[in-house]
Design a protein around this ligand. Structure first.
Ligand code: IPM
Ligand code: MG
Length: 360
């Protein structure tokens, strides 16, 4: 089969890690007889430099017309980059929010899995790690505080900023359904995370999640308050299978979950619409401090490409081949600097990409 992929290298380490992920896809193409065709799209700082805006209508259209989107990372050092003097809607991150909203990518899937080989990089005690952990965070991605009305104005002589947290039943239901569908293919346990002791949006969240749960009698459902969840992640991460939560809680908890796996450089993510279309990107940022130095870990982006094969193209065997190649490279001791430990063989971005290709 032939697949059209819109590729957004973005900023910082984006271009180098995306290059390795495309190399891996090409290798998959060779071995399994598919062809992947890439169209480069500008977004973030890279687009601001050329067009003055973080995402043009044409770029969004190119992404929409493709079969799926592969993204590196966008943004520079906040507070120390030429891109941050502009109004918020003209900063690099606004491009990311616009493409998520514009393509209807409401379901963000962020797996957090502890590789045995990397357990020495896990900041948790052995007694807490136990048999390891393997969870998926399902983050609602196009609602809540990120997309509510927002403004800053003077009220009674004081500058006052307002952000609005809104969720409709419809928005909650569709992400809850995705969470239960994913749980059905895993350990059949959903933890829905909210702040129902304070927020109206959370009380509605609970009600709708319970309605959805009624349709999945095999899946157990637990509700957890977000502050407690932040604690549980470092106290007993093994209890989680699928964590279902709203946009901002998911942003924060997914960084926490990624850190306990040892390195954020390992974690992939997928953002899906109602159907098969998705945008695939590493969970980490653009790491401008190490950009262009061949130091970045390309594994999160390569695993995101594997998620693309599985979720958008239904190529399960091909996705597994990529995941197994990553596992092999780690077992053989190869490490980028972020996951380097005693006894490891340190390699750069490009070599890590090559090693993975050779094992497919
Ligand atoms: C993420 C990032 C983005 C978010 C930023 C860059 C807007 O932190 O994808 O988690 O908060 O969604
Ligand atoms: Mg984040």
């Amino acid at each position: 089969m032939k697949y059209e992929i819109a590729v957004i290298p973005g900023d910082g380490i984006g271009p180098e890690i995306v290059k390795e992920a495309c190399g891996v896809l090409d290798r998959v193409g060779e071995v399994f007889g598919h062809s992947f065709h890439y169209t480069e799209v500008l977004m973030g700082g890279a687009s601001i430099d050329v067009h003055g805006v973080p995402l043009t209508d044409e770029a969004l259209e190119t992404a929409r017309r493709s079969d799926s989107v592969l993204l590196g990372a966008v943004g520079g050092n906040v507070g120390n980059s030429r891109w941050y003097d502009a109004a918020p809607h003209l900063r690099p991150e606004a491009g990311l929010l616009a493409i998520r909203k514009g393509l209807g990518l409401f379901a963000n899937i962020r797996p957090a899995y502890l590789y045995r080989e990397l357990s020495s990089a896990c900041p948790l005690k052995e007694s807490i790690i136990g048999d390891g952990f393997d969870m998926v965070i399902l983050r609602e991605l196009t609602g809540g505080l990120y997309f509510g009305e927002r403004y800053t104005k003077e009220v009674d002589g004081a500058l006052t900023a307002v952000d609005t947290l809104t969720y409709s039943e419809h928005e909650i239901r569709r992400i809850a359904v995705k969470a239960f569908e994913i749980a059905m293919k895993r350990k059949k346990h959903v933890t829905s995370v909210d702040k129902a002791n304070v927020l109206d949006s959370s009380r509605l969240w609970r009600k709708v999640v319970e309605e959805v749960a009624a349709g999945y009698p095999e899946v157990t459902l637990a509700h957890m308050l977000v502050d407690n969840c932040a604690m549980q992640l470092v106290m007993n991460p093994g209890q989680f299978d699928v964590i279902l939560t709203e946009n901002m809680f998911g942003d924060i908890l997914s960084d926490e979950a990624s850190m306990i796996t040892g390195s954020i450089g390992m974690l992939s993510s997928a953002s899906l619409n109602e159907g098969k279309f998705g945008l695939y990107e590493p969970s980490h940022g653009s790491a401008p401090d190490i950009a262009g130095k061949d130091l970045a870990n390309p594994i999160a982006t390569i695993l995101s490409a594997a998620m693309m094969l599985r979720y958008s193209f239904d190529l399960d065997r091909e996705a597994a081949a990529v995941e197994e190649a990553v596992q092999k490279v780690l077992s053989e001791g190869y490490r980028t600097p972020d996951i380097m430990a005693e006894g490891g063989i340190q390699v750069g971005t490009a070599q890590m990409g090559r090693l993975i290709c050779e094992r497919i």
